[in-house]
Design a binder for this molecule. Structure first.
Ligand code: NG6
Ligand code: CA
Length: 503
């Protein structure tokens, strides 16, 4: 590991030697939520159109083998920020409403590395990595530690997810608009017998969007949530307004920081459930609110790129567009995602989706643009969100501290579409938390089910056996398990997986 770190550091320094100050571009990472490989038109969707995301692909590089590191949110976001696979970190599964900060102050992150290189840094949107310390977040007091303790100068957050309580914004260390006379309480049990929940038949009959599984605790904005909360009424948001808020806060922050190099992590909640886009987007597709949320996401991308144009920052900004995991249709609400699906293929040709260890879980849209620096086209290099910390550090000439970002590879040449770029030669894939893991090496992929997968119920398919082996070029949809037919390859792949786990 040390050798790799040292090599990365040397690479970073040598690359940095060729850089001038003008080569410290602004960096915006736009991470969509639950967006699948086939969900946008530049990746083959025909039932809806995403002109603003397509425009990124037209003037940039569209990756056909771009991955997120897990098929659920918290582990992917953890790995994206820290450059470390989430299976190495205890507690890095899907975070519950009252989770405290998963990434401890002082941890090197993509934000701290860029900050160290003189960048202004911000995260706007979904966090879902826990916030605050102690036994539970102090929702009425200081929410510390949080993003500000791991390299971000500013944050405006949905602290958990849009289906988890509390339905409030957090700005830096505080809940926004919280009235001390109406304190916020978040817990795991109904606080009073008359507390409105989605399981009460009278309440359920009046819901704006009914639940299908889970999501029947506290009702807010006519929608049942995961977890219970009371109070904080003035602080509560409407689902319909979230996307507008992310754009408003991002634009404000970009305007304020336009004279310095900046890094913005734009963490959209679209298209995570409950899919309740703004009224102006409702009904824009024939796919129901899942499709309409994709249009809302596309609108956000358009607002960000328009802002860069207006401020004349486009040519000096590297945008990375990606997703946190693959697609899911029914994720707990009856929103028409299944009934209105028609010919739309959320994961494209890939098997599985969110929660799954198959390609559909992690092979997701991945686009880089930097006009004048990245030649437009497509790339089949393997890149992953976990590589962004090392790659961005390399770009700005920051060497990685020892032991920082251990699983993050410098794939900058691949991200920039350099002709001699290699990308990754191997990649570990994870559903939520261990022990099910997959390893891709070159064109081969092994799936190892050591115990029951954590989300068996929700996974699109079950494993055919304890191990599966696929040749991804001959069989991209992972239909033909070669484990029994090719025991030597299987053993070699499993041995490599064990090596990486022990690293
Ligand atoms: C699951 C939720 C699902 C979603 C997911 C996290 C139920 C039944 N399912 O536990 O709706 O919230 O967690 O999604 O409650 S993620 O994209 O943030 O990982
Ligand atoms: Ca997600």
């Amino acid at each position: 590991m040390q050798k790799i770190t040292l090599t990365l550091a040397i690479l970073a320094v040598s690359y940095a030697a060729n850089l001038s100050a003008a080569d410290k571009p602004n960096v915006i990472v736009i991470m969509a939520d639950d967006l699948g490989y086939g969900d946008i038109s530049c990746y083959g969707a025909t039932e809806l159109s995403t002109p603003n995301i397509d425009a990124l692909a037209e003037r940039g590089l569209r990756f056909t083998q771009g991955y997120c590191s897990a098929s659920t949110c918290t582990p992917t976001r953890f790995s994206f920020l820290t450059g470390k696979y989430a299976f190495r970190q205890p507690g890095a599964g899907i975070a519950p409403p009252n989770a405290t900060a998963l990434i401890q102050p002082g941890t090197d992150t993509i934000a701290s590395l860029l900050k160290g290189a003189g960048y202004k840094t911000a995260v706007v949107g979904k966090w879902h990595l826990g916030i605050g310390g102690g036994d539970a977040p102090d929702w009425n007091g200081e929410l510390n530690p949080g993003p500000l303790e791991i390299g971000f100068d500013y944050c405006y957050l949905l602290p958990t997810t849009n289906d988890r309580v509390p339905s409030v914004y957090v700005e830096n260390h505080r809940v926004v608009n919280l009235d001390p006379a109406d304190p916020l309480w978040v817990g795991r049990k109904k606080p009073t017998p008359d507390h409105p929940t989605g399981t009460d038949p009278d309440v359920r009959a009046k819901l704006k969007m009914d639940w299908s599984h889970g999501h029947n605790n506290t009702v807010h904005n006519g929608i049942g949530r995961i977890g219970y909360y009371t109070g904080g009424h003035k602080a509560r948001w409407r689902d319909e307004d979230l996307a507008d808020k992310w754009v408003e806060k991002s634009v404000e922050w970009i305007e304020k920081n336009k004279d310095d190099p900046f890094f913005l992590f734009f963490a959209s909640h679209d298209l995570h459930v409950p899919r309740m886009p703004h009224e102006r987007f409702q009904g824009m597709t024939k796919l129901g609110f899942r499709g309409d949320s994709i249009i809302q996401l596309d609108w956000c991308v358009g607002e960000l790129t328009k802002t860069l144009d207006r401020l004349k920052l486009t040519d000096n900004t590297l945008i990375v567009f990606c997703s946190d995991n693959g697609p899911v249709l029914d994720d707990g609400y009856q929103d028409g995602a299944i009934t209105k699906l028609g010919d739309h293929k959320p994961a494209g040709i890939y098997r599985g989706g969110k929660y799954s260890i198959y390609e559909g879980g992690t092979r997701t849209p991945f686009i880089t643009t930097w006009p004048g620096k990245i030649k437009p086209g497509t790339s089949d290099k393997i890149v992953c969100t976990v590589d962004l910390p090392a790659s961005m550090a390399s770009m700005v000439g920051q060497s990685l501290p020892e032991d920082a970002c251990p699983d993050s590879f410098d794939v900058l040449p691949a991200l920039l579409g350099k002709s001699d770029a290699k990308g990754r030669d191997h990649l570990l894939q994870q559903p939520n938390k261990g022990p099910t893991l997959a390893l891709r090496v070159g064109d081969w992929k092994v799936l190892s089910y050591e115990k029951t997968a954590p989300h068996k119920k929700l996974t699109y398919e079950k494993g055919e056996g304890k191990y599966e082996l696929y040749h991804l070029v001959d069989d991209p949809s992972e239909k033909n398990n070669l484990a029994r037919a090719n025991p030597e390859k299987l053993q070699a792949m499993l041995a490599r997986l064990e090596e990486i786990k022990a690293d």
